[in-house]
Write a protein that binds this ligand. Structure first.
Ligand SMILES: *[C@@H]1O[C@H](CO)[C@@H](O)[C@H](O)[C@H]1NC(C)=O
Ligand SMILES: *[C@@H]1O[C@H](CO)[C@@H](O)[C@H](O)[C@H]1NC(C)=O
Ligand SMILES: *[C@@H]1O[C@H](CO)[C@@H](O)[C@H](O)[C@H]1NC(C)=O
Ligand SMILES: *[C@@H]1O[C@H](CO)[C@@H](O)[C@H](O)[C@H]1NC(C)=O
Length: 371
């Protein structure tokens, strides 16, 4: 009895009002915390669906990204870890690609396709499913993907303020993957920005607190794509070459990641990371060009193994606060962080904002927003 009360209050205390995607695992193995992910400068949401930020969040379009690219195979089990959120809404995953080098792709424009979506099942929103799993969410990469580099976009959409146009909050993070697939491609594809419209019924929900039936909701971006179209699968000879190069790259990439983890710690300590990473980036571009010329031979794998770069991720780590540790807003004590709830009809938590001004979104929800 005591125990369950305690657990419940702990959960409430750690629920963050704003969130970031921090880490992922491929078949149980992770490149590291905030590694191979383009970390945004803050954990604030994107609300302008026409902005380039809707693709890979603020600064997500900057290339070279300075973020390493991690190996995966089609069909692999992916776990993403997000800060937990109490805001109701779906989670979706999309891929952008295949491209030669994920670190050189802004992700802005055409070429995205949806690979996974969880909305509201049996009365439970995706955000709650994720919160119940400590911030983890699991899905699989589709089969029938062309081999190449991809951006993997994870989006948690918070609908608590969707009653107003522009009120829906998009939390977005993009990871970089080199995926080995059997080929075929995926359809339909969409553009970001472009595919979302602020007045779409899955983004602007005037009756979100009155009469809205969550069971009918589907996340923006259209249907989950179908991959592996017939007629374009690679020849056996090509497949064999890909399988060989995969073996080579999966053997070497973890090693490269481990060493980059080490250099990351030192570059985070000092401030010379920009100067240090420039020569590496150049080397990468050169080796990538060499491997492109050789096409899908095993030199591609060699170059991706060699392409792990010490990055600005290290710099970012120092400045991003982990959302899970957001000041609690329970019991009326403490101040509410930006984008946290600070009022509403049945709200019993804190009503002062640590940052921003407490603004009523509707009868049931007031939020700390910046002026
Ligand atoms: C939803 O409810 C149905 C019927 O009770 C059940 O079969 C299904 O497993 C549930 N799905 C989830 C995700 O809980
Ligand atoms: C998330 O999944 C990873 C990989 O399985 C695991 O190591 C980690 O402990 C999980 N996190 C939580 C909070 O369960
Ligand atoms: C958004 O949808 C509205 C209503 O359907 C339409 O009038 C408007 O042109 C759309 N805007 C864009 C940018 O597509
Ligand atoms: C607020 O509390 C009242 C009773 O005190 C309850 O009927 C109502 O459903 C609650 N509203 C929300 C949005 O939780």
């Amino acid at each position: 009895m005591f125990k369950s009360v305690l657990v419940a209050s702990t959960l409430v205390a750690t629920v963050a009002a704003h969130q970031n995607f921090h880490q992922f695992w491929v078949n149980g193995v992770s490149p590291g915390y905030q590694v191979a992910v383009r970390m945004p400068p803050s954990n604030s949401p994107v609300t302008d669906v026409t902005s380039n930020n809707i693709a890979c969040n603020v600064d997500g379009e900057t290339v070279p990204s300075g973020v390493e690219t991690y190996a995966a195979n089609e069909g692999d089990k992916i776990i993403v870890n997000w800060d937990v959120s109490s805001h109701p809404g779906p989670i979706t995953h999309m891929l952008f690609g295949p491209v030669d080098d994920a670190s050189l792709e802004s992700g802005v424009g055409a070429g995205w396709f949806k690979i996974d979506e969880l909305d509201n099942v049996n009365g439970t929103w995706a955000n709650q499913v994720i919160a119940n799993a400590g911030g983890n969410y699991t899905f699989t990469l589709p089969t029938g993907l062309e081999s190449g580099d991809y951006l993997l976009r994870s989006e948690m959409l918070a609908l608590h303020a969707a009653e107003t146009i522009g009120g829906a909050q998009f939390y977005i993070g993009c990871a970089q993957l080199t995926i080995t697939g059997t080929g075929g491609g995926c359809n339909p594809t969409i553009s970001l920005p472009g595919a979302y419209n602020a007045t779409d019924p899955d983004i602007y929900i005037p009756d979100v607190y009155y009469g809205f039936d969550a069971a009918t909701y589907t996340a923006p971006g259209g249907p989950v794509a179908t991959c592996g179209a017939s007629g374009s699968s690679p020849s056996m000879a090509t497949s064999a070459a890909i399988v060989t190069s995969t073996a080579a790259s999966s053997g070497t990439i973890p090693t490269a990641v481990a060493s980059s983890g080490t250099s990351k710690v030192s570059s985070a300590a000092g401030s010379s990371s920009l100067a240090a990473s420039a020569p590496t980036t150049l080397a990468k571009v050169t080796s990538k060009a060499a491997s492109s010329a050789a096409l899908a031979t095993s030199s591609k794998a060699a170059s991706s193994a060699a392409s792990v770069t010490p990055t600005k991720v290290a710099t970012t780590v120092a400045t991003i606060t982990t959302g899970g540790a957001t000041p609690s807003s329970t019991g009326g004590s403490g101040a509410v962080a930006l984008y946290g709830q600070c009022g509403g009809a049945n709200w019993t938590g804190a009503t002062t904002c640590a940052e921003g001004t407490c603004t009523g979104m509707n009868e049931y929800y007031s939020q700390c927003v910046s002026a």
